[in-house]
Structures are given as structure tokens and as C-alpha cells.
Write a protein that binds this ligand. Structure first.
Ligand SMILES: *[C@@H]1O[C@H](CO)[C@@H](O)[C@H](O)[C@H]1NC(C)=O
Ligand SMILES: *[C@@H]1O[C@H](CO)[C@@H](O)[C@H](O)[C@H]1NC(C)=O
Ligand SMILES: *[C@@H]1O[C@H](CO)[C@@H](O)[C@H](O)[C@H]1NC(C)=O
Length: 222
């Protein structure tokens, strides 16, 4: 349902928004907090479903770039000047939709974690729907910083074109931990209690809030 209204909204709003949107963003639209917290509720059961239901040391093959942790965020912020949170959020969606798909693919229909993971994916997509809906379409066409574009290109590569050296073996639990911890960091406005535990690292990671222009332009989601 979210997806449908999203595309309607995108079609309808595209022209107008395209013309009026300056470069805006950073920070998380308030409308994302409800679906993010719903996803967070599911994530609280990840130990049971992503670890206990799998053999000891079980791991799956993922692209190197599908390992997206807090350390990646701080490194990218150091490397790319003025890196917008929105770019990192887009990357977060790109990485984790692939990760969830790969986890689901290793489970048979009757695997005890199958429906849990499918629910996780559904809730993740709900968040993505609201994310897309709460930003002008133009934002998603913006050029990415070069280093991020390079990562993006690797993430969207066909599996048979990924060289052997770019594959990694990672446990499902650790992939979902990454998803969760980076979520607390990148959407910190919705997770104040969690981010007080410093998920997003030190003050160098804290960005100034640039919300002034945003409030006037990104409200169609409401
Ligand atoms: C997110 O989930 C954790 C448990 O995993 C919980 O302690 C926390 O309160 C939740 N945060 C929000 C904002 O729902
Ligand atoms: C799992 O991995 C750990 C650390 O690499 C290793 O010490 C342990 O023996 C492994 N367990 C099994 C059952 O393979
Ligand atoms: C995160 O860092 C690791 C280690 O440097 C790297 O292999 C991986 O590609 C990075 N992930 C992203 C999404 O940039």
C-alpha cells in the first residue's frame, strides 16, 4: 500500500518538486519514525532468528560492499567532505535490501526463520516507501559523490561479474546487526535513547542540523 501511494505521489509531485527543490535534507523526516520503530521491534528478535536457528558459524556469501557498519559511516564522512546524511541513508537502503534478499535466499520455505525474515523485509520496505515519499523525487536523481558512486556500482553489479576477491563470508546475525546499528546512527532522530549509547560515534560525526529549508519543502508525506 505504501508502495502504491508512493508512486502516485511521485508521479503527481515530480514536476512541481523538481522545480522548487533546492538541495536540502539531512535529518530524518518525522514520518519515518513510526515505520522505523516497527522495524526496530522486529530487529529486537534477531538473536533468536538470525543466530539460534542457524548452525554454529554459519555464514553466507555477500559482496564486500554489503558489509556496511558504523566504521564505514565514519570513514566515509572523513573521506567525503560535506557528505549528506541523505546519501548515506540511500546507501543504507541499497545495501540492506540486498542483504535481506540474500539471507532469505538461503532458507527453505519451512525454515524456522523464514517468516521472521520475510517480515523484516516487509517492514524494511515500508520504511523505504515512506523515505521515498518524504523527499522530492529530484533528490534521488542527484549525483552521488564519487566514492559513494563507486560503492553503489559495486553493489548493483551482477553476481557473475563480481570477482572472487570481492566476496565475503558473513553470518546472518552480523549482517542484521550491521543493519540495526547503522540504522540507529543514520536515523538518530527516531532513536534518541539508542544513540545516547553512542551508536553514531563521537562528536566529529555529529552534524549541524540544517532543517530550516527542509520543513517547508519535504512535508508532502504528512
Ligand atoms: C528499539 O529496540 C530496542 C530493543 O532491541 C529497544 O530497547 C528500544 O527501545 C527500541 N527503540 C525504539 C525507539 O523503539
Ligand atoms: C566457530 O568459529 C570459532 C571462531 O572462528 C571457532 O573457534 C570455533 O571452533 C568454530 N566452531 C565450529 C563448530 O566450527
Ligand atoms: C566497509 O568497510 C569495509 C572494510 O574496509 C569495506 O570492505 C566495505 O566495502 C565497506 N562497505 C561500504 C558499503 O562501503
Amino acid at each position: 500500500m505504501v508502495q502504491k501511494s508512493t508512486s502516485v505521489c511521485l508521479l503527481g509531485g515530480f514536476l512541481g518538486l523538481f522545480l522548487m527543490a533546492p538541495v536540502l535534507m539531512s535529518s530524518t523526516p518525522a514520518s519515518m519514525c513510526t515505520p522505523l520503530r516497527t522495524l526496530n521491534d522486529s530487529l529486537s528478535h534477531r538473536r533468536r532468528y538470525m543466530k539460534h536457528n542457524f548452525p554454529i558459524n554459519y555464514s553466507i556469501r555477500v559482496y564486500r560492499e554489503e558489509i556496511f557498519k558504523l566504521s564505514n559511516i565514519s570513514r566515509m564522512k572523513l573521506k567525503v567532505e560535506e557528505l549528506d546524511d541523505l546519501v548515506l541513508q540511500r546507501l543504507w537502503f541499497q545495501v540492506n535490501q540486498g542483504v535481506l534478499k540474500k539471507i532469505i535466499r538461503v532458507m527453505s520455505e519451512r525454515h524456522p526463520s523464514r517468516s521472521y525474515t520475510a517480515e523484516l523485509e516487509r517492514r524494511f520496505k515500508d520504511v523505504e516507501g515512506v523515505f521515498v515519499q518524504s523527499h522530492p523525487a529530484e533528490v534521488f536523481q542527484q549525483e552521488l559523490p564519487e566514492a559513494v558512486q563507486e560503492t553503489w556500482d559495486h553493489l548493483t553489479e551482477e553476481p557473475d561479474r563480481v570477482p572472487e576477491s570481492n566476496w565475503r563470508l558473513v553470518s546472518p546475525k552480523s549482517l542484521v546487526d550491521n543493519l540495526c546499528h547503522t540504522m540507529y546512527c543514520l536515523f538518530s532522530e527516531c532513536f534518541d535513547a539508542e544513540t545516547q549509547q553512542d551508536y553514531c560515534g563521537d562528536s566529529q560525526l555529529r552534524r549541524g542540523r540544517k532543517t530550516s529549508s527542509q520543513n517547508t519543502v519535504t512535508t508532502p508525506a504528512e
